[in-house]
Design a protein around this ligand. Structure first.
Ligand code: SF4
Ligand code: FES
Length: 257
């Protein structure tokens, strides 16, 4: 199939960017979206031009590195799918595709479609851990975890930190990401000792990183490639409010949302 690509090109956040138009012939429907960009880059390099920079690593939908906006939708039109797992059979001959980086003040453009998402790492660093005694690994079943809590924790832990939720949100809020990282620990018995400090610290860091607030629009849930649900934001808000209302850690409700 033949495609026309409109791609945001920008050398760095110190340089102005602009859309550039490229024509690509002979795109196989079996290619992934990133493989299609590889073909474009080979052509650009052979002409002595700069290739289009884009993030990627696993190309299996698990690492969270890839991500850009395709025709206005973070990760493109296929629900529950990262850019690297999106295949060209979902597009048509003659399509015009517009590719842009995540747009958010907290995600400065590094180059072309690559943005700096280290703000998400700094949120995790403030509370995305549990305090455990060091030593040999404990027996796996030594702390019984009720199945509903285990499943809720696993659902939240599916977040790959791609940042699509931020890109989709009109407020550029990182609430879905932050809430997923809080929830996958806060619903487990192992996460209870730091439950409320964790919620407070991670929400504070989210605000310090210039992400906006959640106003329950739901665009984040709609584009999340891992199906993270808005209910994690409700848990985050509840634990944050509890933390704000008490000056010391509260450890009741162990094991439950
Ligand atoms: S919540 Fe979803 S969209 Fe947001 S960072 Fe995690 S996986 Fe990506
Ligand atoms: S490259 Fe790892 S999720 Fe896309």
């Amino acid at each position: 199939m033949k495609l026309t690509l409109q791609i945001w090109r920008q050398k760095s956040d110190q340089h102005p960017g602009k859309m550039m138009r490229y024509e690509l012939a002979s795109v196989s429907e079996h290619m992934s979206f990133l493989e299609m960009l590889d073909v474009l880059n080979e052509q650009l390099i052979s002409k002595g031009e700069d290739p289009v920079a884009f993030d990627h690593d696993c190309r299996e939908g698990i690492c969270g590195m890839c991500g850009f906006v395709i025709n206005g939708i973070p990760h493109g039109p296929l629900p529950g799918t990262t850019c690297c797992q999106l295949h060209m059979r979902h597009f048509h001959d003659g399509d015009e595709l517009v590719l842009e980086p995540w747009r958010a003040a907290a995600f400065p453009v590094l180059r072309d479609l690559v943005v700096d998402r280290s703000a998400l790492d700094r949120i995790i660093a403030t509370g995305g851990f549990i305090s455990v005694p060091t030593g040999s690994a404990p027996e796996g079943n030594i702390i019984p975890v009720p199945k509903p809590e285990a499943e809720r924790a696993m659902d939240a832990a599916a977040c790959i930190g791609c940042g699509a939720c931020v890109a989709a949100c009109p407020n550029a809020s990182a609430s879905l990401f932050t809430a997923a990282k809080i929830s996958h620990l806060n619903v487990l018995p192992q996460g209870q000792p730091e439950r409320y400090e964790r919620a407070m610290a991670m929400v504070k860091q989210m605000r310090a990183e210039a992400f906006g607030h959640c106003t329950n629009i739901g665009e984040c849930e709609a584009v999340c490639p891992k199906g993270i649900k808005l209910e994690v934001i409700a848990l985050m808000n509840r634990d944050f409010i509890k933390s704000a209302l008490t000056s010391r850690p509260v450890s009741e409700n162990a094991g439950g949302i």
